[in-house]
Design a protein around this ligand. Structure first.
Ligand code: NAP
Length: 269
């Protein structure tokens, strides 16, 4: 049995095991591969990851709070992971750990149209925002970054590019694409009390992306749909990044519809 896993802390809530096990079953690999969630506190990460190949683990997704640490553990890095400064996909083979980042391409794959030339506002400056900013800049978008703590947006832009913006409230009429990569919406807070614009500022011309996927659709996406804007939810981005990781490990094309259904239903297969 080849093992795959998601490593996080906490990780019990993860939809990745349901999504990946459904995909493995669809590909006829369910008898050979199994995907599980492994909860690792930060001080447990390094020794456990170094032992994984010996435990039959072929690959792992990495989630909060380990994406930065996973990068520094790896023997080899993809250029994407190195430039973003975070890894969400590890592969174990021949005594080496290889780190990749599929979050950036996962976002791009989920967008309805290319962001090239689009005026984009990225909300947030944490781990998820790094992949978003990197991906949008690589595709030729103009990127402004707003964060509740402005110094973090400044720091992110110094490292990756983009322009930090501070105003709150801000005029969002200028933007084509708005990406929420904060954790606002994860709990029951009022999204528009935390973000720098009001629900009434959203227009049909906007494309709105919300990385949060716990409440689907989120308050932000509910308003986006209401005003006729196009929108993408965090679940679709989760599916797209997971599909790319699965392709790295198995070399097979991922069954997107099956992964999407399983992630939505959170089926345990
Ligand atoms: P993180 O590194 O902890 O960053 C959290 C970000 O949210 C920071 O920019 C933080 O601002 C901001 N924030 C938190 N509470 C806020 C509030 N009340 N008002 C305004 N801003 C607030 O987390 P992360 O890894 O970037 O993840 C962010 C979100 O993206 C999470 O909900 C995560 O589940 C989601 N995500 C989804 C996917 C997917 O595949 N769909 C992938 C990765 C992440 P400060 O700097 O001011 O604290």
């Amino acid at each position: 049995m080849k093992r795959l896993a998601v490593l996080g802390h906490p990780v019990a809530h993860s939809r990745s095991p349901a999504m990946h096990n459904a995909a493995l079953a669809e590909l006829g690999l369910g008898g050979e591969w199994r995907y599980e969630a492994i909860d690792l506190a930060p001080d447990e990460l390094e020794p456990r990851v170094r032992a994984m190949e010996g435990e039959g683990v072929a690959g792992a997704n990495v989630t909060v709070p380990h994406k930065g640490a996973a990068l520094s553990l790896a023997d080899t890095l993809s250029e994407t992971a190195r430039e973003i400064g975070a890894a969400n996909t590890l592969s174990f083979a021949a005594g080496e750990i290889h780190a990749d980042n599929t979050d950036a391409q996962g976002l791009l794959d989920a967008l309805p149209t290319s962001p090239a030339g689009k005026r984009s506002l990225v909300l947030g400056a944490g781990g998820a925002a790094r992949a978003v900013v990197w991906a949008l800049l690589r595709e030729g978008a103009e990127v402004d970054v707003w964060n509740r703590t402005p110094s973090r947006a400044q720091h992110l832009c110094e490292e990756l590019g983009g322009r930090p913006v501070e105003s709150n409230p801000m005029d969002i009429r200028f933007y084509d694409l708005i990406v929420n990569s904060t954790s606002v919406g994860l709990r029951d807070e009022d999204t528009f009390a935390e973000l720098p614009f009001a629900a009434s500022d959203l227009e049909a011309k906007h494309t709105v992306v919300d990385l949060v996927y716990s409440g689907c659709p989120s308050q932000l996406l509910t308003i986006a749909a209401h005003v006729g804007a196009s929108y993408v939810g965090g679940l679709e981005i989760l599916v797209r990044q997971g599909a790319l990781s699965l392709e790295i490990w198995t070399g097979r094309s991922a069954p997107l519809d099956v992964m999407r259904d399983a992630a939505r239903a959170r089926r345990r297969i």
